[in-house]
Design a protein around this ligand. Structure first.
Ligand SMILES: Cc1cc2nc3c(=O)[nH]c(=O)nc-3n(C[C@H](O)[C@H](O)[C@H](O)COP(=O)(O)O)c2cc1C
Length: 186
């Protein structure tokens, strides 16, 4: 039975996003007890403190979806050695107002994906920094920097090769353990 809900936040809005493809592959490869689902961020308007106490429905829906999950998985590209603004915006919306932090205490993990050689290292570390403030206990190891992503996909352009599939299966198994060790008691 699938009893652990995992919210995947994809940091790219691009239609043919490699990160979205990897998120889809992680859903295909998910362990029996995990139920991975992408929570969309594309309809979120820009965060402003002025409206955080009277938020638009898109924010409330997003916060509710995150809050309903048991764990959170960030799958993101790197933009200019940090994270895309859309992902940072989603982090702020999820975290506010102060007593309504939807991320609070949810075990998390991060995967960064890039056509470049260093696999989004800067974005990966930026998400790790933010996780401290968001109060997400983020899995330290294994780290997942999926660089040169085009070489990791088969000819169909969406299925990962065997080596990457094994890496993702092992990563998800480690994440399942991490969730079990860090899940909220409430
Ligand atoms: C504004 C911008 C900045 C970028 N900066 C980086 C970067 O710092 N490091 C990197 O590896 N790739 C960078 N890229 C290339 C992205 O990794 C590439 O476009 C990737 O395909 C985006 O992820 P997606 O396929 O999931 O949309 C950048 C792309 C854009 C549009």
């Amino acid at each position: 039975m699938k009893n652990i809900q995992v919210a995947i936040i994809v940091g790219s809005l691009r239609k043919e996003s490699f990160n979205r493809k990897i998120a889809a592959e992680m859903i295909r490869l998910q362990p029996a007890n995990l139920d991975l689902k992408i929570v969309e961020i594309k309809d979120l308007t820009f965060f402003s403190e002025d409206i955080e106490n009277d938020p638009p429905p898109s924010w409330t829906d997003f916060k509710n979806e995150v809050a309903a999950a048991d764990a959170v998985l960030f799958v993101s590209p790197e933009y200019n050695r940090t994270i895309p603004g859309v992902l940072k915006n989603a982090m702020e919306i999820g975290a506010r107002p102060p007593k309504q932090n939807s991320w609070k205490g949810k075990p998390g993990a991060v995967v960064t994906v890039s056509p470049g050689a260093i696999g989004g290292l800067g974005a990966n570390q930026t998400i790790r920094n933010a996780a401290v403030s968001l109060n997400i206990p983020l899995m330290p190891q294994p780290e997942a920097y999926l660089g040169q992503i085009k070489d990791k996909l088969l000819e169909d352009g969406k299925t990962v090769n065997e080596k990457t599939e094994k890496f993702l299966v092992d990563f998800l198994a480690a994440f399942e353990k991490w969730i079990d060790q860090n899940k909220q008691n409430s």
